[in-house]
Design a protein around this ligand. Structure first.
Ligand code: SF4
Ligand code: SF4
Length: 403
């Protein structure tokens, strides 16, 4: 795509990155076919090609408008368009640039600003998220059934065997997941224990920064990245093999710390090392010998592969193959590439689109009458669980309950 970015913008590192992404787009429109918002709204401006064009216009000097802000807000950042694109356009990086620019120039209403601040304040810190979920659990019995289903009960912690591990890896505790479903990381610890690997958590490491990054609070997101790098660094220097991430939504950001902090003279080298060590838990487990594990009660399971797993990390089929090897029977799921509508804070800011996507996803997941739905990201799990007719669990919980 031909570009004429403003001279001032083009001379910056961000401008050069945007220019190269825009030039790689040949405007073919293949990406529209797999874009959930284009499918729902049928508007070119709510598809990837249209969004790329609108961002290009702003970078070329056209003023950003509230209309453009709306079209960018409606994007789920699911990255299905990137999987489809034959030219390898890095859409999400252009979207980040566009969103930051629009955020800086188009003012939001006061209630919107307050809600955004409140979400970042509450969910961006583990202890605040824990407090919120603990309070919600206390009042849960008093709430109407529809609201009750949105508040997860605390799962039973998995049995932790004491081991003399010869191998050590770091485990990201994160922010929302330990508050909403602490049993997931307990399951990971128990599972890795059985493999002779100790998973270490560092109290000072927390939110990966994705939440801030996607809401246009780029600097705050990078501060979260720096804090995690500082927290993990001593263990990395002591030879930790990997940084294991059990919420697939957090992994893409940590895998990009190196790129995001490349211009930071203090953090660039360490950020690159952290990114090189970051692994989705499925990537680690697929390399391990799991022959001793077998499903105790082999269920028929529908697997929902989060966009952060299949599009952002391109780990398509890895979890599915692990579950099948253990004896679970996976039912076919229609349109597996489509987002469930959770997408971080999307379900809060775009409830109509989000609910429609969830209804379609649950139809597809439950069509063959599975006994359970498995997924790999806490956001998808909570979102689907609120309306699903069968239990929704993290796939690690299934693995950890294997004999
Ligand atoms: S598929 Fe790729 S090259 Fe084609 S319009 Fe979409 S982003 Fe551009
Ligand atoms: S990230 Fe998802 S919602 Fe956004 S343009 Fe791409 S396919 Fe559409």
């Amino acid at each position: 795509m031909k570009t004429e970015l403003t001279a001032e913008f083009k001379s910056s590192a961000t401008g050069q990155r945007a220019d190269s992404i825009l030039r790689s787009c040949v405007h073919c429109g293949f990406c529209n076919a797999t874009c959930p918002t284009y499918q729902l709204l049928g508007d070119e401006l709510d598809g990837p090609r249209g969004r790329i064009y609108q961002i290009k216009e702003v970078l070329e000097g056209r003023p950003a408008t509230p209309v453009l802000q709306t079209h960018l807000d409606r994007c789920l950042t699911c990255r299905a368009c990137e999987t489809t694109c034959p030219s390898g356009v890095e859409y999400h990086k252009l979207l980040d640039i566009g969103r930051e620019l629009v955020e800086a120039t188009v003012p939001r209403s006061r209630p919107q600003r307050l809600l955004r601040r409140l979400i970042l304040f509450t969910f961006g810190e583990t202890y605040r998220a824990r407090l919120l979920f603990a309070t919600a659990r206390l009042v849960r019995p008093l709430l109407p059934a529809k609201l009750r289903r949105r508040i997860p009960l605390a799962g039973r912690p998995a049995h932790q065997q004491r081991i003399n591990a010869s191998r050590r890896m770091l485990l990201l505790d994160g922010c929302v997941q330990p508050a909403a479903a602490p049993q997931i990381n307990d399951a990971a610890r128990a599972l890795f224990n059985r493999l002779g690997i100790e998973l270490q958590t560092v109290a000072q490491a927390g939110c990966c920064g994705t939440l801030h990054h996607h809401l246009g609070a780029t600097d705050a997101g990078l501060d979260k990245a720096r804090a995690n790098i500082d927290a993990w660094w001593p263990a990395v220097e002591q030879g930790s093999e990997a940084i294991v991430i059990t919420a697939s939504g957090c992994a893409p950001m940590i895998k990009e710390y190196g790129e995001l902090l490349a211009a930071d003279p203090v953090y660039a080298a360490r950020a690159a090392r952290i990114s090189a060590l970051a692994r989705d838990v499925s990537e680690v487990l697929e390399q391990e010998d799991l022959s001793a594990f077998k499903a105790k009660t082999p269920q028929r399971v529908a697997f929902h592969s989060p966009c952060s797993l299949q599009h952002a990390q391109q780990l398509n089929g890895v979890v599915e193959s692990l579950l099948t090897r253990l004896g679970y029977s996976l039912v076919p799921v229609r349109d597996p590439h489509l987002c469930c509508g959770s997408a971080g804070t999307y379900s809060i800011f775009q409830p109509t689109l989000s609910n429609e996507l969830r209804a379609r996803k649950l139809d597809a997941l439950q069509d063959k009458h599975p006994e359970a739905i498995a997924t790999a990201n806490i956001g998808c799990l909570l979102h689907l669980q609120a309306e699903a007719a069968v239990p929704v669990r993290h796939w690690l919980e299934l693995l950890a309950s294997s004999a």
